[in-house]
Write a protein that binds this ligand. Sequence first.
Ligand SMILES: Cc1cc2nc3c(=O)[nH]c(=O)nc-3n(C[C@H](O)[C@H](O)[C@H](O)COP(=O)(O)OP(=O)(O)OC[C@H]3O[C@@H](n4cnc5c(N)ncnc54)[C@H](O)[C@@H]3O)c2cc1C
Length: 465
Amino acid sequence: MAIEDDVLVIGGGLAGAMAALSAADANEDARVRLVTYKQSTLRHASGLIDVLGYAPDGVSASNASGGSSDSSDVNGPLTDPFDVLDDMPEGHPYERVGSEAVREGLALFDEVVGDAYAGAHTETNALVPTHGGTVKPTARYPVSTAAGLASDDRDALLVGFETLPDFDAPLAAAHLEAAGVPFSARGVTIPFPGIVRDDAKVTRYAHLLDRDEPVTTGAGETGAREALATTVADHLAGESRVGLPAVLGDEHAAAVRADLADALGVDVFEVPMGPPSLPGIRLEDRLFEALEDADVRVTSGVPVIDYETADASRSATGTGATATDGGTAGDDRIDHVVVDRNGTEIPHRAEQYVLATGGLVGKGVRSERDRVFEPIFDCYVPHAADRYDWFVDDVFGEQPYARFGLAPDRELRPLDADDEPEFSNLRAAGAVLGGYDFAAEKSGAGVSIATGYVAGRRAAEEVGR
Ligand SMILES: Cc1cc2nc3c(=O)[nH]c(=O)nc-3n(C[C@H](O)[C@H](O)[C@H](O)COP(=O)(O)OP(=O)(O)OC[C@H]3O[C@@H](n4cnc5c(N)ncnc54)[C@H](O)[C@@H]3O)c2cc1C
């Protein structure tokens, strides 16, 4: 017996979650399901929602801050991504969906995250200091980072922990000052009360503060929040804000920050860290709560491994014409996909499908010695035949592999080698799409939100037609 839904989203990262939420929002009668396998990149990402920090090559970035307006090789940081979103190169995901869809996707994201995120009041990028002391142009940022913005001219004390070497606060402060921020930054490194092990997980710091566990310091036994505030207070020298690594609580992060700020008498902010990322984990939690609220059925921990078209002429493993040859033999409508639940193959049937399985990092796109491919439907992934053309020697150069992914039409249906939709009822969203370099452009979350929004909406609108 197949499990039946109207819209089936494959992949539980930002793109898949947004696609499922958008489908549920567009058609409240539609039965929407999200099937996902392993952890998504949200747990590695900073939790910042970058829409576009740097324009792709060839796009005039006259609004770049710090660059001359007539210099075409100045790509950013962009002050306002929307100034260039209508000029994106053909095939870029933003060009496919259009700038209005970016706005609408962000509006849905804002609704979902509520007051956990800031930045919705303007289309201008905010500049958020990160753990390396760089300043990141970003469209939405966790409210925990808000007091740290680089546009704020209040002096800042950055505090790192001896047992958390990923954040070198004195170095980060020096980098910020060298970058010309309009405030003075100073960094210190302190022990974290209650933690002595170098290999403590970031969640250990967060839970100590969440539960305000008793810890013993030279001053005796107190709650972890008070102990941390007391240790930091010894280093304050007139600064009116303090930045700490983003480990300040998980479930009770707002209360932890408020208690620290009260005790110190200054604003407290988090500095986004590398993986694993608590702001990313908090965002993932929020998205999955929203999926539950929207009655989206979620099936986690299981991979989609196969599919079959209505007349069984195409499948990833079966006989008949396969997608490998870009052929469209038989019916090009996906009838069902196959989910592997502990070795048992369960068919899942839906009217519409959204593929949001991630890129090369998330394994939604894979590469072997001589080919780059999409492993579930074997959708066409444009790439040079010669693998030596997949990268350039200059490590700082534009790397072709960074843009590998599916090429969709404006409905976000993946196209085959002849520019025809692979399937009439399959759309794709997020990092599985090609044509953009999220790391260079700082556009990862923005593309996932905009394309997830469009793919989910279009899929839901097709239900019952
Ligand atoms: C280290 C790192 C840091 C980043 N930092 C930032 C940042 O600061 N700001 C920003 O805007 N962006 C950042 N990004 C980019 C951003 O995280 C991604 O571009 C974006 O979130 C991709 O989301 P996605 O949903 O498309 O894919 P993913 O997050 O990769 O999710 C794909 C999901 O699909 C599931 N899946 C895969 N195959 C199957 C299958 N066969 N069956 C079922 N499920 C499957 C995976 O298990 C996973 O859960 C970062 C990315 C990385 C890797």
